[in-house]
Write a protein that binds this ligand. Sequence first.
Ligand SMILES: *[C@@H]1O[C@H](CO)[C@@H](O)[C@H](O)[C@H]1NC(C)=O
Ligand SMILES: *[C@@H]1O[C@H](CO)[C@@H](O)[C@H](O)[C@H]1NC(C)=O
Length: 296
Amino acid sequence: MRASASASTMPGVVRLALCQIPVVPSKSENLNTARSYISRASAAGATIAVLPECFNCPYDTSVFAAYAEPIPEPLGEIEAKASESLAMLRSAAIEEGIVVIGGSIPETDRATGKIYNTSVTFAPSGALVAKHRKVHLFDVDCSGTGGIVFKESDSLSAGNQVTVFDAADLKIGVAICYDIRFPDMSAAMTRAGADLLVFPGAFNMTTGPAHWELLARARAVDSQSFVAVCSPARVEGAKGYTPWGHSTVVNPWGEIVETADAGEALVIADVDTARLAQVRAAIPTRVQRRPEVYAS
Ligand SMILES: *[C@@H]1O[C@H](CO)[C@@H](O)[C@H](O)[C@H]1NC(C)=O
Ligand SMILES: *[C@@H]1O[C@H](CO)[C@@H](O)[C@H](O)[C@H]1NC(C)=O
């Protein structure tokens, strides 16, 4: 972790904290851990704290319904009893004066009974500034090659929009995990003005070493944006899903600004917006693209 001077005193520099927390079966323990990491992020001078995918529940499709919460819309009063994760995220944002990108949680849609994989972001005012429902559900069947069968669409429904919003003097795009594999989606967020793409994710022990860093760097280079990927920590000896960890921030040149190993960690990185203009001017792909040739 870097020195704790506030980045907010440096113009154009936004300090980001990725909270690579251990996720255990107890929801209240997960909420307490997340809350304490948000305090640490604030103490380190960060203006944005990011939590991992599925930060309040084990990454196991069979338990999503049990951990799911409604996300009240329109964005008004939050009923703390029914939506305790949201209540925690909101009060943490207010108490710490920080933008909280709340990883993802399973969301129950009361009207339809469907469950979504959803990321919410709260501003320091307590306003719910963004709500992203995971767009690409992860359905794989590798049983033929001795691999896993994982079918999110059995238990989750897909969202259908790109999420870009203003917070902490940045335009931020949020998408979830598997969404990072779809370059068109990152391109759409970038065209909507995003300077920082945030992906709470939980890659496993096969896809993590193969693709986690590669995809983060690839999206950073092809979108000419900062990219942050935030994973749960690996809990040695725990049963169930083993996340890769390695939460990372990449700059628009594809360089790793900060990263972590697999254990619990607070990754602090400064997003220097001057880098965006430099890279975009040096290699002007943003204005030289010719969608009429290859758009389909
Ligand atoms: C969200 O989607 C990802 C798929 O990549 C999945 O791993 C995760 O378990 C889902 N989480 C929730 C909270 O539904
Ligand atoms: C991780 O997921 C991939 C599919 O995306 C699968 O092939 C592989 O077997 C999984 N690895 C582990 C360790 O579960």
